[in-house]
Write a protein that binds this ligand. Sequence first.
Ligand code: ADP
Ligand code: MG
Length: 313
Amino acid sequence: MGIEDLKNKKIAVLCGGISGEREVSLRSGKRVFDSIVSQGLNAVLIDTKEDFIPVLRQHKIGLACIMLHGTYGEDGAIQGLLEVLGIPYTGSKVLASALGMNKVASKRVWESQNIPTPKYIAIDPFESIEKQCDRIKNIFPFPLVVKPVSEGSSLGVTILTNDKDLVKTVKDAVEKFRDVFIEEFISGVQVTVGVIGTGNDLKALPVLELRPKSEFYDYNAKYTKGMTQFIIPAGLPKLVYSKVQQTAIDAFKAIGCHGFARIDMIVDSDGTPYVHDANTIPGMTDLSDLPAQAQSDGMSYDELVIRILESAL
Ligand SMILES: Nc1ncnc2c1ncn2[C@@H]1O[C@H](COP(=O)(O)OP(=O)(O)O)[C@@H](O)[C@H]1O
Ligand SMILES: [Mg+2]
């Protein structure tokens, strides 16, 4: 399959939407749309915040390129809708999207496959937060991480160094996100690895190391130029480097991802990569990690876009 199979299809690049990552998605979508058009393919850019189903019909869309992040875009919802409408779409299918978006579900899958992931406790939003926090304090040493189960872009992620603000932080997070969990803090090298391919034909791209100038890789560090130092390929010992790439492939496969995804890990001082996040629709802006990883492997942005489109066929 190649660009020829894509030429006779009208492609819809879906972006924007209603999630907390709307702004990033608009940028990813526009950049991908420009690349598709510049390669002589026929595309429309559609913001799914609008009533977009009639637009899909009106344009007789033959392939949807989903560049949505977060709720309704990355979580299986739009994937299910496109299945029902009979429109082929890029990337992971319904189940893998839903699993990947839910960090607790992902972690349960990784644990069951012996893929290292930080220890965690899910917060029950309907039980006393005080009691749960008391229990957590007895199990986890500080620092620890409070995270929403289904967000991205570091939204709602808080690192606590002592128990002073634990109850309040968890309460606020439950109020805002409802489903929240506590994760063991892993100190080490932060890396992210793009994986592309389908079935057993999977390839891990070069390992990207992230050195945020802020306390951790928060929203600001992610989307402000100069707030993070990127090192690619990461300066890890050779054996650790290949273990990180293999772990990314294992984590991708365990969730059942398809086409492309980015796996976030922290490599501790023993060289163990702890998987903490699967991004089934990673950012595709000019500053995003996946295009940088592809580039470092000799794959241009445009070639990466074609690979992503082919995952729909
Ligand atoms: N267990 C952890 N230990 C240390 N830092 C963490 C941990 N989990 C997350 N972080 C930090 O928070 C950032 C965002 O968390 P992540 O799990 O990647 O969620 P998302 O990117 O979906 O918001 C990470 O890139 C990392 O900087
Ligand atoms: Mg992440």
